[in-house]
Design a protein around this ligand. Structure first.
Ligand code: NAD
Length: 376
């Protein structure tokens, strides 16, 4: 009997699909409608143009609470199936993120399959055309930055539609959401510290940060300001060196970060990094970071619980960026966004308390809170 599903991140094959982890799985020889039903979809929209090279997918998972805000990912994919799976699980994650944050938004996301050997001219044509695609959806999907897209791309999109956020100040937008995402992660991390250690500060705590790109850098900078001792890694050596030079961080190799003896592990790079291989190496008390889909499978949440590691569920702790662009959408000011981002602390405490009371992994509790509010 062969396996029916494969994790898109770690390529592990499995027969089972469960509520939380079909985010990560893709049925081989899948029936698209069957898969969409399993994920409780929703709508899928495609646009292609061989002249510009545009191949775009917009996934709208759930519009019950309002129009969907979700970033546009622009990366190369091994196959169309991989792109489709990525956008479908990401859009579903946005439904959960908006719901746990109590924002009046549904869940949606888009991917544009990045053509190889892309020129700047082609990039411009693709993003302008993508703007027309977003416009054609009439406002039920609002796009923003994600992996591979930048503020300048949002500005191009804004020439064709108003349904875009994260544009530059010149284009009337609030720019890169990463600093606010990092601020939210900091609040969630502080909640975990309060819950685990009964402390109100991170002064002197050892924090291992995996990935010091946009969010990881801002998070590391804030934690350094607060007196934390940093251990960092990244595949980008310049990014690591900047942390060593400016934040007194200690650098370790990418595969060493899991075994670092520390209080807190903050994953800010990739998904599926808590898995069968890495979990036995962990020597931290808390996992609190920005990366999406950190657990390779739902059972890893239970294994963390058994190990006594407090896990801050990813979509709840990294919601600051969504709050930032949602504020922009609603015409609210940065004070509103700051207050809402601070509420991540309370959300996290609620999750931790309920997880302990019900003897459940924190990720399962976060899913339940969302599903109770969305599906009764
Ligand atoms: P980024 O691309 O700027 O940073 C990611 C960093 O991880 C890069 O520096 C990259 O070199 C590094 N990296 C990649 N593979 C690595 C590996 N094997 N080991 C160590 N480092 C590695 O992305 P970002 O915007 O900072 O986002 C980081 C994570 O947070 C992503 O998972 C993203 O989905 C999530 N997230 C980001 C935002 C946001 O506002 N940017 C919001 C919510 C969630």
């Amino acid at each position: 009997m062969g396996a029916d599903y494969m994790c898109i991140s770690c390529r592990k094959k499995t027969r089972a699909v469960n509520t939380a982890h079909n985010r990560n799985k893709w049925r081989r020889n899948m029936d698209l409608f069957e898969y969409a039903t399993e994920l409780e979809y929703g709508e899928l929209h495609l646009k292609t143009n061989p002249k510009t090279g545009l191949r775009a997918i917009v996934a709208l998972h759930n519009l019950q609470n309002g129009p969907a805000i979700g970033g546009c990912r622009f990366i190369e994919y091994d196959s169309t199936d991989a792109a489709l799976n990525d956008v479908m699980r990401l859009a579903r994650g946005m439904t959960y993120k908006a719901a746990i944050t109590k924002l009046p938004h549904g869940g949606g996301k888009s991917v544009i399959i990045r053509p190889p050997n892309l020129t700047e001219e082609q990039r411009t044509a693709i993003f302008e055309e993508f703007g027309e695609f977003v416009e054609s959806l009439g406002g039920k999907y609002i796009t923003a930055e994600d992996s591979g897209t930048r503020v300048a791309d949002m500005d191009l999109i804004s020439q064709k539609t108003d349904h875009v956020l994260g544009t530059s100040a010149d284009a009337g937008g609030s720019g890169d959401p990463s600093p606010v995402t990092a601020r939210g992660v900091r609040h969630g991390l502080e909640a975990a510290v309060k819950y685990k250690y009964g402390r109100d500060d991170v002064d002197g705590l050892r924090i291992a940060v995996q990935g010091v790109g946009n969010v990881g850098w801002y998070l590391a900078s804030e934690l350094h300001e607060l007196g934390a001792e940093l251990i960092v890694t990244d595949i980008n050596e310049e990014a690591v060196q900047r942390c060593v030079d400016e934040l007194d961080a200690t650098a370790v190799a990418p595969d060493e970060i899991f075994g670092v003896d520390c209080d807190i592990f903050a994953p800010c790079a990739l998904g599926a990094i808590i898995n069968d291989e890495t979990l036995p190496q962990l020597k931290c008390d808390i996992i609190a970071g920005a990366a999406n889909n950190q657990l390779a499978e739902e059972r890893h949440g239970e294994l963390l619980r058994q190990k006594g590691i407090l896990y801050a569920p990813d979509y709840a702790i990294n919601a600051g960026g969504l709050i930032h662009v949602a504020a922009d959408y609603a015409g609210k000011d940065s004070d509103w966004a700051r207050t809402e981002t601070e509420r991540i602390f309370d959300t996290m405490i609620e999750i931790f308390e309920r997880a302990d009371a019900d003897e459940l992994p924190t990720g399962v509790v976060a899913d339940r809170i969302v599903e109770e509010s969305l599906f009764g």
